[in-house]
Design a protein around this ligand. Structure first.
Ligand code: NAD
Length: 303
């Protein structure tokens, strides 16, 4: 549904296309690559799911990125993680052409985001705020002021999710607390999460956050996607938030599966379209305002 709503935007640009580069055979990354490929096809933009073997050299990876840099059909490039351990991740991210770097992985784009002037906003933290902004509107709050001075606690500080989510919170004038593994190791996680008016959790530990760690009336965004094997051998996806205990105290909790995930996919494609619009001279804002307008209202938070 989200993709259908992006389709009009895609029709406006001539040469939007997304390339995803998977090195090796990580199963979750391969599934993500197929989802992006399907979404791009649905939108009618070019899609190039590229694969290199697990023993690919640094030169091969950088060579592929250089090829995609000059490919006129490709406006956005996404290097899928994890990369095999023999590859120098930081050097590979520096080899992504900044104007096609739709996940803001290149230091130039990460820096622009940190300065509050993003070229691209990375998809997962963007999706968390697309959902929050939408929820604020749905509940009659003014998005422009809804975050002013509120306590936003982000659990997880990865470069792709937690850290940019904290930056986006600061940009919305929230008071931001960033928690991570060492907060938990110090036995002080709950003391911080209990302060949160808005709690964003991106850790990768099923059910880490329980109801007693959540302030009554908080809005909770669960970014985690964790496969859990049931006694009968079936696998189901759960978040980082224990839904049953949290829903009893929170104002709203986003569901897993659903919630942030599908918006993340739409956002990557949106960024590829944005990159194409820019190279055609029709610059747009990267802050997501227009995507929220495009996607409209969607009830993905579970009250
Ligand atoms: P990551 O492993 O790179 O980072 C995990 C972070 O959690 C680290 O900062 C670490 O310090 C912190 N952490 C670990 N254990 C902790 C604990 N016990 N208490 C507090 N903090 C702890 O993971 P990531 O890439 O940021 O992903 C996090 C989760 O989000 C995963 O479940 C992943 O599958 C999911 N994810 C979802 C989407 C989506 O589209 N919804 C996209 C990316 C990642």
């Amino acid at each position: 549904m989200l993709l259908a709503q992006l389709a009009d935007r895609a029709r406006d640009v001539d040469q939007a296309g997304i390339a995803t580069l998977l090195v090796g055979g990580d199963e979750a990354a391969a599934i993500y690559q197929r989802r992006i490929d399907r979404g791009a096809r649905e939108l009618g933009i070019a899609s190039r799911p590229e694969r290199l073997p697990a023993d690919a050299s640094f030169g091969q990876v950088v060579g592929k990125l250089a090829e995609l840099d000059v490919d006129p059909e490709i406006s956005g490039i996404l290097v899928l993680r994890p990369l095999p351990s023999h590859l120098p991740e930081a050097r590979i991210l520096r080899a992504i052409p900044p104007h096609k770097d739709v996940e803001a992985q290149h230091p130039e784009n990460a820096g622009l985001l940190a300065l509050g002037t993003p070229r691209f906003v990375p998809s997962t933290p963007a999706a968390a705020f697309v959902m929050l902004d939408s929820y604020m509107r749905e509940t009659g709050r003014e998005v422009e002021t809804a975050y002013d001075g509120v306590d936003l606690v982000v659990v997880g500080r990865s470069n792709n999710v937690g850290k940019p989510a904290a930056i986006l919170g600061l940009a919305r004038n929230a008071t931001v607390i960033s928690c991570h593994r060492h907060t938990a190791d110090a036995g002080r996680l709950a003391e911080h999460t209990l302060l949160a008016d808005i709690l964003i959790v991106a850790v990768g530990v099923p059910g880490l956050i329980t109801g007693e760690m959540v302030r009554p009336g908080a809005i909770v965004v669960d970014v985690g996607i964790n496969p859990v094997t049931e006694p009968d051998g079936s696998v189901r996806l759960v978040g980082d938030v224990d839904l049953d205990s949290t829903i009893a105290v929170a104002e709203a909790v986003s569901p897993v599966p659903g919630g942030v995930g599908p918006i993340t996919d739409a956002w990557v494609l949106h960024n590829a379209i944005l990159a194409a619009q820019r190279s055609a001279g029709a610059a747009r804002h990267a802050d997501g305002t227009h995507l929220i307008e495009t996607l409209g209202r969607f009830g993905v938070l579970r009250p």
